[in-house]
Design a protein around this ligand. Structure first.
Ligand code: PHE
Length: 467
């Protein structure tokens, strides 16, 4: 009886988790989609697609999501659900359980630090959307010229005071949700914000459909032109599939720790990847028709969202309203991502016995201070560089090109090579045994190799190949 009771206790710990469990599998899907859909989809995806020639790049990106993103995401969720703790303690516990070298536990540490660094600049860029919501709502861009849009953008990035204010507001919004905890904060916010996000996306898509450039935009995204594929664009597509699915830094592992025991990892992860991809394609279908309707260049680079959208929308009937709605969409997407970026570090601090509110204030507070560096790197610290990169570029570079791929590589190796087959079969539970074998094969060989390629490219080791 005693041992039975003991087993039940272990069971219920696994079922209840240490921080709580999402109300159902849909809550996990919404939370993980909230994490995945962010500035990466709406700001980065359209401009890198523009820079890499449209349809050919989109196809590569879809392949990367399917062949690398989905398998690695399944691995992260699996490890998270098995450990049921913050990524730091999950990796510590699992490295011990599977006799892995101790430094594998460092995956969790690196993830928490990566999250803290990403949050510092993510909040600054997300803060810009607040300024655009206000300006568009106030009609600043009605009939605006290209110069005015450029001037407005430059004025914003060269004003530390204004940026500090909006960075602070965004960080406060993020901290409020995080401080309220998993159920009252995260769960309630994604349940409300994600459907609103999809609703706004559909309204904006309907609007884009009425613009004269829609067919051209559609063709740009979906016409496959083999000549446009270069080795460089393969690497960009692979790197972006990591960033957009929030992989390699523990955000998805942390969310996996709150996933109900019964939910199927394969099905839910596939759903998240599909929703994330549809949002990126949707954002492209909103942005490119508007860009083409105004004779703008799709390859305008990072300024595409913040400079082209306001000019394009400001001159259309009802454009100020649609424009404000568009930037609210970006804000919501960034908000639900920012929450997940900080969660690994906060979950770890609460396991140390620090209250949720104090943990949140410390993590968000430090990231807020570090964000000041990003703000200044657009003005007063513009010329202060390290390895040729200013403060913002440096943090963006080390997180996206080094820390996330390295985390992803270690996660793939750990889940593919060190976790026992039995444990995998127990967590993954794919009905078709061939699917399970295929997944394990991809995780053991394809994903690590692909990540090594991105990594080598990020460090410039492939320059001898001309990429
Ligand atoms: N996936 C998010 C985006 O596309 C960014 C992100 C990275 C979120 C890492 C969580 C962790 O914007």
């Amino acid at each position: 009886m005693a041992s039975l009771f003991g087993d039940e206790n272990v069971m219920s710990n696994k079922q209840r988790g240490f921080h709580g469990i999402w109300r159902g599998r849909w809550t996990f899907i919404l939370a993980a989609t909230g994490s995945a859909v962010g500035l990466g989809n709406i700001w980065k995806f359209p401009y890198i697609t523009g820079e890499n020639g449209g349809g050919a790049f989109v196809l590569l990106y879809l392949l990367c999501i399917l062949l690398v993103g989905v398998p690695v995401m399944m691995a992260e969720v699996m490890l998270g659900r098995e450990g049921r703790r913050s990524p730091i303690n999950t990796m510590r516990q699992l490295s011990h359980k599977y006799n892995a070298p101790r430094w594998f536990a460092g995956i969790g540490w690196m993830g928490a630090i990566t999250g803290f660094l990403i949050l510092s600049f993510y909040s600054v860029i997300a803060g810009w959307t607040l300024s655009y919501i206000i300006d568009l709502g106030a009609g600043v861009f009605t009939q605006a010229s290209g110069e005015l849009a450029e001037q407005t953008f430059n004025e914003l990035v060269s004003s530390p005071g204004k940026q500090l204010a909006i960075h602070s507001i965004f960080m406060l919004m993020t901290a409020t949700v995080l401080g309220l905890g998993i159920h009252k904060g995260l769960e309630n916010s994604v349940r409300f914000l994600m459907p609103s996000l999809f609703f706004m996306l559909i309204v904006l898509l309907g609007y884009a459909l009425t613009t004269p450039g829609f067919t051209e935009g559609w063709k740009f995204l979906f016409t496959f032109d083999r000549d446009k594929i270069t080795a460089g664009s393969v690497v960009v597509a692979l790197g972006h599939s990591f960033f957009t699915l929030s992989l390699g830094m523990g955000a998805i592992m942390a969310y996996g720790a709150y996933m109900p025991e019964k939910a199927s990892i394969g099905k839910t992860v596939l759903m998240v990847a599909v929703l994330d991809t549809l949002t990126a394609l949707g954002a492209g279908l909103i942005i490119f028709p508007i860009v083409f309707s105004h004779g703008l260049e799709p390859s305008a680079g990072p300024g595409l969202l913040f400079q082209a959208m306001p000019i394009a929308l400001g001159s259309l009937p009802g454009g100020s309203f649609v424009g404000a709605l568009f930037f609210i969409l970006v804000l919501v997407a960034a908000w639900t991502s920012a929450i997940s970026i900080a969660e690994p570090a906060i979950a770890w601090a609460t396991e140390k016995g620090i209250s949720r509110v104090a943990s949140t204030l410390s993590v968000c507070g430090f990231a807020w201070v570090l964000g000041i560096g990003t703000i200044l790197s657009f003005s007063d610290w513009k010329d202060i560089t390290f390895l040729g990169l200013n403060f913002f570029d440096f943090i963006d570079y080390i997180t996206s090109n080094i820390m996330m791929p390295l985390g992803g590589l270690l996660i793939a190796v750990f889940a593919g090579w060190l976790v026992s087959k039995e444990a995998i079969a127990k967590e993954i539970r794919l009905k078709n045994p061939t699917h399970l074998k295929l997944w394990r094969f991809v995780l053991r060989y394809i994903s690590p190799l692909a990540i090594l390629v991105i990594f080598a490219h990020g460090l410039g080791w492939l320059s001898f190949l001309g990429i």
